[in-house]
Write a protein that binds this ligand. Sequence first.
Ligand SMILES: O=C(O)CCC(=O)C(=O)O
Length: 275
Amino acid sequence: MTGLTTEQLDHYNSKGYISSINALSSFEAKEVRDEIEKIEKDWPGALEGINRNYIHLISPIFNKVCLNKNILDAVESIIGKDILICGTTLFIKNPNEKGFVSFHQDAKYIGLEPHNWVTAWVAITDANEKNGCMRMLPGSHKENLKTHEQKFDENNLLTRGQTVKNVSLEKTEPIVLKAGQVSLHHPTIVHGSGLNNSNDRRIGFVIQSYIGTNVNQVIGKMYVQKARGEDKFNYHQYSKTPTELMGKNELTSQNKANEELSKIFYSGSKKIGKF
Ligand SMILES: O=C(O)CCC(=O)C(=O)O
């Protein structure tokens, strides 16, 4: 049997997330970390700000993560067999920095309708309570979109510092993952994460998101890639698969996609954040 078991799917439907899915081998997770660290060393700043997004367009190794069979089988159980990749983001928390992610719902500002989509959080390092793993508020995906305050805190890793207030930490559940494991979460689940108090980096490679081909972008424009199945809707423009690390064409694709993404992220906002 491939994909989620009935039990796992029930868990996703009732709580709004599922973990821990074994996806990458430890060798593959290390390969991704090495690729990130090579880019950071050879092209300083290239994974920062808005350029932490659409990273699967600049490296064949990153692109391969999005096409991982174990992830796609699990995703297919949730959104069906026609699957597009419409974005990736690196969420890196370095030790001795104060990065955090306020409680929020992904669907609030992203403009993907209907909500036939799911976000995959791939652990490139272990993620645990000490290094600031994600925390989910179980069942909150069944509620409507909530009011988010826009705080623009400089240590918040979200675009606008968007925050759902008064989330009780005791009611949230930590998503503890080993490097190579994945969690999947629903577009409207309330989630966030705290500080990295460990001595190593916490790296999340996030596919945000896998969308069904029936999902449109109602705020702006997003570039997609086919992951599986057939696209009968053709709502989106396709970007090219990367063939080399940080090549000219690869960077052009990423820049074009990020320019459009930024318009979506900050649509209606009075201020532009750093991502
Ligand atoms: O990496 C984190 O701590 C949060 C990531 C997140 O909010 C998301 O993947 O939707």
